[in-house]
Design a protein around this ligand. Structure first.
Ligand code: ZN
Length: 251
């Protein structure tokens, strides 16, 4: 089975289109949350994800944008984007988003796989370091947890007392590229596919991952997309300029 794993799309339609085109055929699609917020195409993005995804986990921006959580914890730019998104979404899309469950979720028949937005132990926690990764890696019966929220592609793994941070290595910053991780027995993984719509690892290309259960591998991807159009939409929507500028920096 090939599972396409998407996270932190953040209403970036151009990035999502490039990802769906680059992904090729897949059997299931799992969305790790933050479908909206920051970008200018919340309805279009929801309408692409909604019919395709078998599993959706809610993100913190999803909660705030559909009014489930207060925006007080957000910085002014994120808050302005969340308020704009709330008003921009159709009632149907807002209702769909409000019903997306909190993680962790387990795909049917795969109890050893978990899907979360932040940490599987706390949906709002950022897993940035080995220290953050420790407790989530100890979950009973879970071998691979897919998570997002940090917008940093990579993750962590643990085999007994051995620990590693996973960071895909790419040759360029412009072309479509992949980096393959072969999964080893007796090893636990925390896998972050990276952010589609607003990467923060100094690489502007849209990030995603494909989990191939037969080949027992995870293939990380980076794909270029029509950045100019995505930036133009943000500016034309009167969203904060910073949200357009940061896309080019990948931060
Ligand atoms: Zn996010």
């Amino acid at each position: 089975m090939r599972a396409l794993i998407l996270s932190d799309i953040h209403a970036n339609l151009e990035a999502l289109n490039a990802v769906l085109e680059a992904a090729g055929p897949y059997d299931v699609l799992w969305n790790l949350g933050d479908v909206v917020g920051y970008g200018a195409s919340p309805n279009e993005v929801i309408e692409l994800v909604r019919p395709r995804a078998q599993l959706n986990v809610r993100g913190n921006h999803d909660r705030v944008c559909c009014g489930l959580s207060s925006s007080l914890s957000f910085n002014p730019v994120a808050r302005a984007a969340a308020m704009w998104t709330h008003d921009e979404m159709t009632d149907a899309n807002r209702e769909w988003l409000a019903a997306v469950p909190k993680g962790p979720l387990h795909p049917e028949g795969l109890p050893e796989i978990a899907l979360a937005h932040g940490s599987p132990l706390n949906e709002d926690q950022y897993i940035l370091t080995m220290r953050d990764a420790w407790a989530p890696l100890q979950q009973e019966g879970v071998r691979i947890t897919f998570f997002g929220h940090t917008h940093l592609q990579g993750g962590f793994c643990q085999h007994n007392e051995e620990w590693h941070e996973l960071r895909p290595q790419y040759a360029t910053r412009n072309d479509a590229e992949t980096w393959t991780l072969l999964l080893e027995a007796e090893t636990r993984y925390l896998i972050n596919p990276g952010s589609i719509g607003q990467p923060r690892d100094r690489d502007w290309r849209a990030a995603f991952a494909i989990f191939d259960t037969e080949a027992s591998e995870i293939v990380y991807h980076r794909v270029p997309y029509d950045l100019t159009t995505a930036q133009g939409r943000i500016l034309m929507a009167d969203l904060p300029e910073k949200l357009a500028l940061r896309l080019r920096e990948g931060r």
